[in-house]
Design a protein around this ligand. Structure first.
Ligand code: F6P
Length: 550
């Protein structure tokens, strides 16, 4: 089977989509509240637990017949075949002619993933071993800066070279026993300036993280960091205070970072799928190689579940199919990611890149226009904070926004009242979003509070919640490295399944290029060395206004 769909395969997918849409009216005829009342087994039927990881998708406007139709769509779209192609190292990223093998980054020694006839797992483990030796050296002080043991590690990278390690390092802070971690991504000088304020150059280690080692934001920040070191400690200190993670080893060398402090990865690792590779070095420095190994093992466990479990018992497949239902049948354009875990502060931002850079596409693998909406807008903040900010719109706004609620049964902290409250809040929100409150119920509550009937009538519409708003709940025991690895891999494979159904290339990102190109053209205009007269009137006007204000 080739990556691009044949006409017959496309027709099969179109048929499966129209069969799926045939379920909409029946499902929509009842509210979720009615569906729960009618079927006491609904939770059992529409939830799945695998090794302590629970996906409850029963609070969606779905029924088992619709799920069967979704599974038929997945089969018609060739999810199983494309999954096999990915695992076989085929070049399913057709616009860049690359394999997609982040799964190989968490393979166990002895497993085999083959790209161009070569098993890459050995190379993966030799880089992991080199990272571990370096991380152990830095953590013990055997690899030191000019001022002794490294106290602060500053990762300089952007996009996939920042979001993964930044998100994971924060999420796993209970395991953090290495040097302090900092992440600089924005080309805005404020970011590196504020990060370096208070740091001691003599005990600071910079990690320059860039797959391409050409990204202007990262290279600009790396240059500023280099100058900061050279100004404080002299040119000869650069070697001791920098390390790099990249696929472009020649460019790293030209920057002046020695090969024994350079950790490589490969073109079959997409930036947004790279936290498992050398790009995870800041995580390893923070939590140590053993915990990093558990993180990889969690993802590996999810890979095997994704590969081996039948589609109807497969967590990433079910999560993806619920998303397809919400996006393509019910037409919801957004999805909220609401982790009830303060340490998951950057999880929504991480998923934004994973999902939106992967599936924010408008043409299929053969370049023709897609016939369905593709990736939703993904956004979110941790609960319970969001409850006191934007949940108003989730409950009573005009557009339903499906949400994924993530929560651990247990906390790391001993003072359990916090966690019991957190859990109660998480469950309360999904219950409220599902059940809502009818106007009659609102009115009755107002009367019970002692309001006179006219006042109860006046206020009841404002206190009515439509309910019937879809959510998934993802519940796990504790946010440990293994679990976080499973969770991220769950979402990676969800994105893969959806991209396969939509027939798009989830592994390129051409949509980021035009802005980069135009920024290069505009820089000399901002600097005043070229005229902006030939730009559109707005851009020319803004260039002139900036010049007047600078
Ligand atoms: O511009 C988008 C992007 O290419 C992302 O896909 C990537 O994660 C990020 O930039 C950083 O790229 P690099 O690691 O090559 O610096």
């Amino acid at each position: 089977m080739t990556a691009v769909r044949t006409a017959a395969a496309a027709a099969e997918v179109a048929n499966a989509f129209s069969a799926l849409r045939g379920h909409k009216d029946r499902v929509e005829a009842q509210s979720m509240r009615q569906m729960f009342a009618a079927d006491p087994q609904r939770f059992q039927k529409l939830s799945l637990t695998v090794d302590g990881l629970l996906l409850d998708y029963s609070k969606n406007r779905l029924d088992t017949a619709a799920v069967v139709a979704l599974l038929d769509l997945a089969r018609a779209a060739g999810v199983e075949a494309r999954r096999a192609q990915m695992f076989a190292g085929e070049k399913i990223n057709v616009t860049e002619n690359r394999a997609v093998l982040h799964i190989a980054l968490r393979a166990q020694p002895g497993e085999s993933y083959v790209v161009d006839g070569k098993n890459v797992v050995e190379e993966v483990h030799s880089v992991l071993d080199a990272m571990a030796a370096f991380a152990n050296g830095v953590r013990s002080g055997a690899i030191a800066g000019k001022g002794g043991k490294i106290t602060d590690v500053v990762n300089i990278g952007i996009g996939g070279s920042d979001l993964g390690p930044a998100m994971v390092t924060l999420a796993l802070s209970p395991y953090h026993d290495g040097p302090r971690s900092h992440f600089v991504s924005n080309v805005d000088g404020a970011h590196i300036h504020d990060t370096l304020a208070g740091l001691d150059p003599a005990t600071t280690l910079f990690l320059v993280a860039s797959k391409t080692f050409t990204t202007i934001e990262t290279m600009t920040n790396a240059g500023t960091a280099r100058k900061w070191i050279v100004d404080a400690l002299g040119e000869e200190a650069v070697g001791d205070h920098f390390a790099a993670m990249s696929t472009a080893l020649d460019k790293v060398n030209a920057f002046g970072i020695a090969s024994d402090r350079t950790f490589g990865f490969w073109d079959w690792v997409g930036g947004r799928y790279s936290v498992w590779s050398a790009i995870g070095l800041p995580v390893m420095l923070a939590i140590g190689p053993d915990n990093f190994g558990d993180f990889l093992a969690g993802a590996h466990a999810m890979d095997h579940h994704f590969l081996d479990a039948p589609l109807d018992r497969n967590l990433p497949v079910l999560l993806a199919l619920v998303g397809i239902w919400n996006r393509n049948v019910l037409g919801f354009p957004a999805k909220a990611v609401l982790a009830y875990d303060q340490r998951m502060l950057r999880f929504a931002a991480y998923l934004q890149q994973l999902d939106m850079e992967s599936n924010g596409k408008r043409v299929t693998l053969d370049g023709s226009s897609v016939s369905h909406s593709t990736g939703p807008l993904v956004w979110g903040e941790p609960g319970a904070n969001g409850q006191h900010a934007f949940y108003q719109l989730l409950h009573q706004g005009t557009d339903p926004i499906p949400g994924d609620f993530l929560v651990a049964a247990r906390a790391h902290e001993p003072d359990d009242i916090h966690h019991r409250l957190l859990l109660a809040n998480c469950l309360a929100q999904t219950e409220a979003l599902m059940k809502g409150r009818t106007t009659d119920e609102a009115r009755a509550e107002l009367l019970a509070e002692g309001k006179v009937p006219t006042e109860a009538d006046r206020l009841a519409p404002h206190k009515t919640f439509p309910g019937n708003r879809p959510t998934n709940t993802i519940l796990y025991t504790l946010l440990d490295p293994f679990t976080l690895g499973r969770l991220i891999a769950l979402y990676e494979h969800q994105v893969f399944v959806q991209g396969t159904i939509w027939g798009i290339d989830s592994f390129d990102q051409w949509g980021v290029e035009l802005g980069k190109q135009l920024a290069k053209e505009l820089l000399p205009m901002i600097e005043g060395t070229e005229s902006a007269d030939k730009r559109d009137a707005s851009t020319a006007g803004l260039v002139a206004a900036i010049a007047a204000l600078r």
